[in-house]
Design a protein around this ligand. Structure first.
Ligand SMILES: *Cc1c(COP(=O)(O)O)cnc(C)c1O
Length: 467
């Protein structure tokens, strides 16, 4: 399988190459040139597969021989054995035809483990074979950093440097990152905000001359194709469990960078009968305004109780836009240039109509988020985290049919976001799962640094293990 850039001006790559790259050289994102599709008979057979076996069937065509089947199976088995629930992605029923899929059973209690546990293993495997060492550099406001660190803690061929804003991530999120003491894990707390961290990472990817000879940076944010691929699996898992291919299914997805929901869109194109995909956002609702009103217009960033969705520019939306622009790189580039300007932008009518066939959207503010957490607690004593609550609220507001099962992706464990639980009427902060109960007592390692890229670059150069 070949991967091409959305902007149409970069050479096609294979899976291994695409995983080791960030943005395409023309500024676009990589996507498969064509998608594998599964017949009704094949999808009917998915129902009897446990999660790891289904993951193999879904990922295999994308990896397309870059990793021998037996090795790929072993990587996948090891990866999803780290999840503490035997179903890996269990479904919990909230009401009639209404479900949440718990995607927070992995090591860092957020859905990003599904992709980053896999990405760490895939990278280490191909690097070992190539006898190559790489450096991962990333910025985090919380969840991505801890999931990337957990995904790479045992990788021999990777050093990982994660920048977070000093004293601006939650205690649980910081501890999850800084208590991983492996030699290849480097936490840097920058005296600045998340944007400062992200600009440093962007500048470092653009000019990698600070790295020792022969070293390169690899991206682990959701522009990395392998992350999207791993997320397609759980849509099929839920669909098969609830009666696909005979039965249609709807999904409501708490959305920030549009990575998770884009995987659902691909699942639909691969044959899963999805009748509706709901883009659920918080007050940072640029995607909701795009999908509801066909108006792309940037607003200032607001800090909310669902910080992992506090995003102004949704990078993966470009992957959908590429399809909406008839996979025409030149058309898409023109649209992206317009979006980067200050004027509001709209899609052509035909493209917008295509988007509306499948997507609905809804924005939920902090007050409504807390009301939803309280209501679900009241109905069934089930505690939602604020991101998942936004998904459930959006599903209840805009689902097209109550006859069709609706699955909200529950993206984080409620203990990760205790503030929202307390504001929603819980008497005490939700407890961490048993195996993490001692998290707050664990030893930490982290280097606090001035907001100065030269200092950061020197630190990275000094600490890369392969020289
Ligand atoms: C990252 C994240 C999201 C948003 O996912 P995208 O793929 O960026 O849309 C939602 N909820 C939680 C808990 C997250 O960590």
């Amino acid at each position: 399988m070949k991967y091409i850039s959305t902007r149409g001006q970069a050479p096609a790559l294979n899976f291994e190459e695409v995983m080791l790259t960030g943005l395409a050289p023309d500024g676009g994102l990589y996507i498969p040139e064509s998608l594998p599709t599964f017949s009704k008979e094949t999808i009917a057979g998915f129902k009897k597969l446990p999660y790891n076996e289904l993951a193999f069937e879904i990922m295999k065509p994308f990896i397309d021989g870059c990793i021998p089947d037996d090795d790929l199976k072993a990587l996948i088995d090891d990866c999803y054995a780290q999840f503490r629930h035997p179903a890996v992605a269990p479904l919990v029923q909230l009401g009639h035809n209404e479900w949440v899929m718990e995607l927070f059973q992995g090591p860092t209690l957020a859905f990003k483990d599904f992709a980053l546990q896999m990405l760490g293993r895939l990278l280490d495997y191909v690097l070992q074979r190539r006898q190559q060492h790489v450096t991962i550099m990333g910025a985090t406001s919380g969840d991505t950093g801890s999931a990337a660190i957990e995904g790479c803690r045992r990788c021999k061929n990777i050093d990982i440097f994660i920048l977070h804003p000093h004293e601006r991530v939650s205690d649980v999120q910081r501890k999850q990152m800084t208590s991983v003491l492996s030699d290849n894990i480097h936490n840097i707390a920058i005296k600045g905000n998340f944007d400062d961290c992200q600009s440093m990472v962007k500048a470092s990817f653009a000019d990698q001359s600070f790295l020792p000879e022969g070293q390169q940076l690899v991206a682990v944010n959701s522009i990395n194709w392998a992350r999207i691929m791993a997320q397609i699996v759980y849509y099929f898992y839920a669909g098969a469990a609830l009666g696909a291919p005979e039965q249609e299914i709807g999904f409501s997805v708490p959305t920030g960078n549009f990575g998770d929901i884009f995987a659902g869109y691909l699942a639909k194109k691969m044959g899963l009968p999805i009748n509706q995909l709901i883009v659920a956002t918080n007050q940072n609702d640029v995607l909701h305004r795009m999908i509801a009103n066909n108006l792309y217009e940037k607003h200032g960033l607001e800090h909310t109780l669902s910080p992992s969705m506090d995003i102004m520019v949704s990078s993966n939306f470009e992957r959908l836009l590429f399809d909406l622009c008839d996979r025409d790189g030149a058309k898409l580039s023109a649209f992206m240039t317009a979006c980067a300007g200050d004027e509001p932008v709209s899609l052509p009518d035909v493209a917008f109509a295509k988007a509306r066939e499948l997507f609905d959207s809804y924005a939920v503010d902090d007050e409504a988020t807390c009301a939803m957490i309280a209501q679900i607690w009241d109905e069934s004593e089930y505690l939602l985290d604020p991101h998942s609550a936004i998904g459930v609220k959006a599903a209840r507001e805009v689902r097209r049919s109550t006859d069709i099962p609706m699955v909200t992706l529950a993206t984080a464990h409620p203990a990760k976001f205790a503030e929202a639980a307390l504001k929603s009427g819980q008497a005490t902060a939700p407890a961490l799962p048993h195996h993490m109960a001692d998290l707050m007592e664990r030893e930490e390692r982290c280097t606090v640094m001035e907001n100065d890229i030269k200092v950061v670059h020197q630190f990275i150069a000094d600490n890369i293990s392969a020289k």
